[in-house]
Design a protein around this ligand. Sequence first.
Ligand SMILES: [Zn+2]
Length: 230
Amino acid sequence: MSFRGIEQTNLRNVSNEDISDKLSEININDTSEKYNEQAVSNLHSELPPLYLNSKPDSVISNDSYLPWNDYFMSLCYLTAARSKDPNTKVGACIVDKENRIVSLGYNGMPRGIKDEQLPWNKEGTYKYQTKYPYVCHAEMNAILNERLISVHDCCIYVSKFPCCECAKLIIQSGIKRVIYSELKPDPLEEQVPTNTMFSLAGIICRKFVPSIHHLSLDVRDGLGKVSITK
Ligand SMILES: [Zn+2]
């Protein structure tokens, strides 16, 4: 973990022990400016150098971390696991320009309605006997779930290609970028209207390209161990 704007390499060469040793030499009861200036100066001069090498912006080779795109799409997959839909589980994650998560959503029945009160069937004699008129899609829930931060100018990650109804919601909400993982099976029904509207409205829509192959989460024994294979 590094602080915003500070490369991790810059912080590596100073151990916690070094800092606590030196801090213990500072008399916290002496608040005089001169004493504190001297103490801080001593702390800096006696510790090992701050930079590990002469290139603080050197690239860290580390296979154990999750890149942003993979992180957000993984959150979509994880959020989709909350869905009660037995056939199709979809997750969405809205992210602002600074990669802060604004909202998450998954497909489900409208708020206040129990999952067993409406049908989850894909087929029925009449359409009202299927799930389709009732289910709120993941994109809709993510857009409407936002609390304090507007989704305007944000990017939405979604585990399936947005349907035309969600495409309209995305455009109207002010979201500017869409990254989807899986295309719907029927391109004419879903892909063409969505792509047409996105194109005309200036929404950038891209397919997710993973940079990891496998991500697993083992929660046994309360360890919460994540394994990543690149
Ligand atoms: Zn939809």
